[in-house]
Unconditional design. Structure first.
Length: 740
């Protein structure tokens, strides 16, 4: 038998050798989908004689890309030529090649969320739109529009009937795009949005992609959004060789634009598509998969399939109802210590999974008290740290002279006496001249056209920028080291004596090491290629799983990972499923159920599912109903909200657990009621709060008083907030201030 086909199951061999036309593989959790995809690519190269240069394999994370590349290096050798990439990295590379076809230059910058928000603020200032609530929501509006492939006018048509601010949103979105173009920059969503635009408007670019990529493979297809699917379809064409693998039961990113319909309707988009199902699970025991299969069977929008365990029955799923959240924390940590001491588990073998990130703190405290080291997935990433972003901004400025946002970030970092007023004079001057702020700064005209006092303050930064640009010919690592020394980051951070600042300097030194390692690994590494790589680092790429720590994470954060023992905690109605899904339609509830399915299928050997009868929330104790997903995972026939509440009336009346939950590890800890402190007597002056007055709320933003009622300390204001509607507040108690 061909070496590539060895050690594959019969169904896996069929998939690997079916190489022509459209193919959909419905790969259940733990069924070896990455193995199938990589072996299929290797088979096409080695057995069909297709050059690796003609094969594209698209993933969703850099980690998955690295794993796939490593496997193909073993199967085909390191110089196999296969293009393996994330969607965003692939699009960025093609866009660099054909940037001029859509009005950009090849050295365009890629803006992160902070940069994007700064550009949005600038667009709103220029348009004289003062709406704090809209300012905070615009990044989400723009991302939603771009992931759906909509330009400002199309998005306006989509939302016009839904909000009175539709026209403002259209204008801001339009100006935002103009500002990005003038800075020769794209935001992260643009990498897909502009890629689709390029393929639709440039026959040369589309032709290049079609000729180059004769075989297209897409991993995690259930997570694709509309634009990603459109890109793949444009390159593949109606009769192309397109192979997609995914699991509709693990589609959990609808909130960020993923379209489950892409995988559900693939065989309708490609009528001749062949559909395979991979259901043999190599990861989990039968007991765990039984719970997963029972749960997901309650969803209707799915391809029918059930996972089959190849590892045997295993330990029963352990369900536990705690008296309160404190007992739940202690019980979970006690079980973890037991697994470590009696079963030889390492801390890294164990995960505590929550639906809401706010629940992690109690488990962190309990783990710390038990002296069990842990990691929380989703903290501040290395490349998101301020000091690293500052160094990167200097590099962006040198690479792309049109990147005015990079200049705005570091014009006074380290502090060199350039205040907001001075910087604004430069920005206004550059806009008048139709130049980027860097080009304006470096021009000779600035000396005669701006006041001498302004030029004097700008001069140190001008000399620094000019010096760095003149040294950009240096090799990447040497230039980065020169930049760090020239900017004098070491003095800036070590002179304060602050432990935090010393840590920032250590991070910059670590960053320099990363640059030099990148230079060693990437042949012909340049400033531009490094900046693109940094811009495309995603959340999953920096987690360190080598150290022995318990993992505490949201369920979304562990997709693609596996652990010997998993604790799914906080299983209460309103928490999981979330309160939003309880109010929304069936689609949202089905996605919540898929999130639970993903959480269950992370477990290899042991699964624990816990809930609490009482939970401390927002300064008071709330009674909690167990999540419907508990009964569903047991195979209950009727877990509708009405039946659920009927079955569990004992939880409402006295909060007494049902007999099948009576598996306490110990008696409930006594609950000491929290006695709230008396509210201080208010002396707030509310005389300025009149009808028509503009006010500001720290959470809801800017609003307008519509009416007043009551007297003395009970005066109540009815206030209209942008995007939030009308709310009422007792003026003496509410954190409201008059707009200045």
């Amino acid at each position: 038998m061909n070496a590539i086909l060895e050690n594959l199951s019969e169904i896996q061999r069929k998939i690997v050798t079916d190489t022509e036309g459209a193919v959909l593989v419905l790969a259940g959790a733990g069924s070896g989908k990455t193995r199938v995809l990589t072996h299929r690519v290797a088979y096409i190269v080695s057995e069909k004689g297709v050059p690796g240069w003609n094969i594209l394999a698209i993933t969703f994370t850099n980690k998955a890309t690295a794993e796939m590349r490593e496997r193909l290096n073993v199967l085909l050798g390191p110089d196999n030529g296969v293009w393996i990439s994330t969607f965003h990295s692939f699009s960025a590379s093609i866009l660099r090649k054909f940037a001029d076809h859509i009005g950009f230059r090849q050295n365009f910058s890629i803006y992160d969320e902070t940069d994007s928000k700064r550009v949005i603020a600038k667009a709103m200032r220029e348009l004289h739109i003062e709406n704090q609530g809209l300012k905070e929501a615009m990044r989400e509006h723009i991302g939603k529009a771009k992931n759906a492939g909509m330009d400002p006018d199309e998005y306006f048509s989509e939302i016009n009937a839904l909000t009175e601010y539709a026209e403002d949103i259209r204008r801001i979105y339009e100006r935002y795009n103009e500002l990005l173009l003038s800075s020769n920059a794209m935001d992260f969503d643009d990498l897909l949005h502009r890629m689709k635009e390029l393929l639709m408007n440039s026959e040369e670019a589309l032709g290049y992609c079609k000729r180059r990529f004769r075989y297209i493979h897409v991993d995690e297809f259930q997570d694709t959004n509309k634009v990603q699917y459109d890109i793949v379809k444009l390159i593949a064409g109606a009769d192309g060789n397109i192979f997609v693998v995914g699991d509709d039961d693990q589609s959990i990113y609808g909130w960020r634009g993923a379209e489950i319909g892409n995988i559900l309707n693939f065989d309708k988009e490609f009528p001749n598509a062949k559909v395979y199902k991979l259901v043999e699970n190599y990861r989990s025991t039968e007991e765990i998969l039984d719970a997963a299969n029972k749960l997901i069977s309650f969803n209707s929008a799915r391809h029918e399939k059930s996972l089959v365990a190849l590892r045997g029955k295993g330990a029963k799923v352990n369900y536990f109802t705690a008296y309160n959240d404190l007992q739940e924390n202690e019980w979970v940590v006690d079980k973890i210590r037991f697994l470590i001491s009696h079963y030889g588990y390492r801390k890294r073998d164990i995960a505590i999974l929550v639906r809401a990130a706010s629940l992690t703190r109690g488990f962190e405290n309990a783990l710390a008290k038990a002296r069990l080291t842990y990691r929380v997935l989703g903290g501040i990433k290395f490349y998101d740290r301020k000091e690293i972003q500052d160094v990167v901004a200097y590099m962006r400025m040198v690479s792309n002279n049109a990147d005015s946002e990079a200049v705005a970030r570091i014009i006074n970092v380290p502090s060199r006496g350039i205040g907001e007023a001075t910087a604004t004079r430069l920005y206004d001057y550059s806009r008048e001249k139709g130049m980027s702020s860097l080009d304006a700064l470096l021009s000779d005209d600035i000396n005669s056209e701006l006041p001498a006092s302004v030029v004097k303050k700008l001069m140190p930064f001008k000399e620094l920028a000019s010096d760095l640009i003149s040294h950009s010919y240096m090799p990447l690592g040497d230039f980065t080291e020169y930049l760090i020394e020239k900017v004098d980051f070491e003095r800036y951070y070590t002179s304060t004596g602050s432990e935090e600042d010393n840590a920032r300097w250590d991070n910059i030194k670590e960053f320099l090491s990363d640059v030099k390692q990148f230079e060693e690994k990437e042949q012909g590494a340049t400033l531009e290629t490094f900046l693109q790589t940094v811009s495309l680092v995603r959340d999953d790429d920096e987690e360190d799983f080598d150290r022995d720590k318990v993992t505490v994470a949201t369920m979304h954060a562990v997709k693609g990972l596996e652990f010997k023992a998993v604790f799914i905690v906080g299983m209460e109605e309103g928490t999981f499923p979330s309160s939003h899904s309880l109010k929304a339609g069936p689609d949202e509830m089905e996605e919540e159920r898929r999130v639970m399915y993903v959480a269950i299928t992370r477990a290899k050997d042991r699964l624990f599912i816990t809930n609490a009868n009482r939970r401390f929330k927002f300064k008071h104790v709330e009674a909690c109903l167990p999540s419907r997903f508990i009964e569903e995972s047991k195979g209950a026939e009727d877990v509708s909200p009405y039946a659920l509440h009927g079955m569990r009336s004992d939880y409402v009346n006295g909060l007494k657990p049902r007999p099948d939950y009576m598996n306490y590890a110990k008696k409930p800890s006594p609950v000491i009621p929290r006695i709230p402190k008396p509210a201080p007597v208010s002396t707030k002056d509310i005389s300025g709060f009149t009808v028509g007055a503009a006010v500001v709320h720290p959470r809801y933003g800017e609003g307008k008083i519509l009416s007043l009622s009551g007297a003395g300390k009970d005066v109540t204001a009815t206030i209209s907030f942008a995007d939030l509607g009308i709310k009422k507040f007792v003026l003496q108690l509410a954190p409201l201030t008059l707009k200045k």
